[in-house]
Design a binder for this molecule. Structure first.
Ligand code: NAD
Length: 344
């Protein structure tokens, strides 16, 4: 039996990606919607074959606890709201799929993990790229030794943010600028593809004076991740330049390039090794449907999801260190987290 989800927040991602993806999911379906605008919710409900009784306002959110058919919630709200809505869902006994970044910082994200652990519900961070065949093929090429010893990496994820009123530019709602919004993809994918954790970070950031968009958050961050054996990754993230997303892994005997690396569709992978250059093709797939399916299956079998809450916390630990480095101008060393299984 498919797992019923309540979609919490009917913004752009829910409307354009998640609700259409849920329709094609094998193991999940949308059973309820949570929104501030009842009319909008009811229009979506009608299109999904749901009734007005399946639409809840934020004030009515806790009443989802009365709905046995809603087994999970998908939190798709501004970052500062994740914690409250995860905690309330966990108290109601619902499993939680939560958008990235998991929280506002490492402490906030850890509180989210703890709330779900206390309530005995599953928690998954919605890292869609880790449900993408191109990213898995890149990981296999890197970890399977195709490139020889990995030496260097670089990644860019930038996009223009031109609305000064957007919640993404308000520190209290977003927690930061492009780093937790799009730079997180470079960080998370480098950790995923290499299976390694950074030992130190070094960063600079730029916050232009007089541009109302960047009164509260940075426009761009340039960060370096240092791994054992002198392996280094250089990353750029910004809200000030035309959409670009790339990731490159340079080894002694080959390279992996993803360009574009992080779009919803059409990730392009090129692997070059001693045998030549390959651009493997992948059938059409929907990252979001695969993400729904993965979590729904974990809800059913009780196994830990591939991208649990702890993965979200780990990225916050590194991002907190990146901001600290940008502020202090110093290299910041990271401690290995005891008992973590992120070295997969
Ligand atoms: P959005 O602005 O389009 O939607 C936000 C939703 O939250 C809206 O329904 C809005 O009504 C509601 N909301 C409630 N209180 C609000 C407030 N004070 N200010 C603004 N909105 C408020 O945002 P989005 O792009 O859908 O992002 C939501 C979450 O999804 C964020 O955590 C974001 O990082 C994440 N996201 C992930 C991806 C991805 O590829 N995985 C892509 C986009 C967004």
């Amino acid at each position: 039996q498919r797992v019923g989800f309540a979609i919490v927040g009917l913004g752009e991602l829910s409307a354009e990606e998640l609700i259409p993806a849920a329709r094609t999911s094998e193991h999940a379906y949308v059973a309820a919607l949570v929104t501030s605008e009842r009319d909008k919710g009811e229009a979506f409900a009608l299109a999904l074959g749901l009734t007005p009784q399946d639409v809840y306002t934020y004030e009515e959110y806790d009443r989802l606890g009365e709905r046995d058919d809603v087994e999970a919630v998908y939190i798709v709200l501004p970052n500062s709201m994740h914690r409250e809505y995860v905690e309330r869902a966990a108290r109601a006994g619902k499993h939680v799929l939560c958008e990235k970044p998991l929280g506002m910082d490492a402490g906030d994200a850890q509180a989210i993990v703890d709330a779900c652990a206390r309530a005995g519900v599953q928690l998954m961070t919605a890292y869609r790229c880790q449900y993408t065949p191109q990213h898995w093929a890149a990981r296999r090429a890197v970890q399977g030794g195709k490139l020889g010893k990995v030496k260097l990496l670089d990644s860019i994820h930038v996009q223009v943010q031109d609305d000064p009123e957007a919640w993404r530019l308000k520190r209290e709602l977003a927690g930061g600028g492009p780093l937790p919004d799009v730079g997180i993809y470079s960080l998370n994918t480098i950790r995923f593809v290499t299976g390694r954790e950074p030992e130190w970070v070094f960063a600079t950031q730029h916050q232009p004076q007089g541009d109302p968009r960047f009164a509260e958050v940075e426009e761009s961050v340039s960060f370096m991740l240092g791994f054992e054996d002198g392996v280094v990754a250089n990353c750029l993230t910004s809200y000030g330049a035309l959409t670009t997303s790339t990731l490159r892994v340079l080894g002694e005997e080959g390279t992996v390039l993803m360009d574009p690396a992080f779009p919803y569709q059409g990730v392009k992978l090129t692997v070059e090794d001693e045998a030549g250059k390959f651009e493997p093709s992948f059938g059409s797939h929907d990252q979001f449907a695969q993400e729904f399916d993965h979590f729904a299956q974990r809800v059913r079998d009780g196994q830990r999801p591939w991208t649990p809450g702890e993965e979200g916390v780990q990225d916050h630990v590194v991002m907190d260190a990146i901001y600290e480095s940008a502020r202090s101008g110093q290299v910041v060393r990271l401690k290995k987290v005891e008992g973590k299984d992120a070295f997969r």
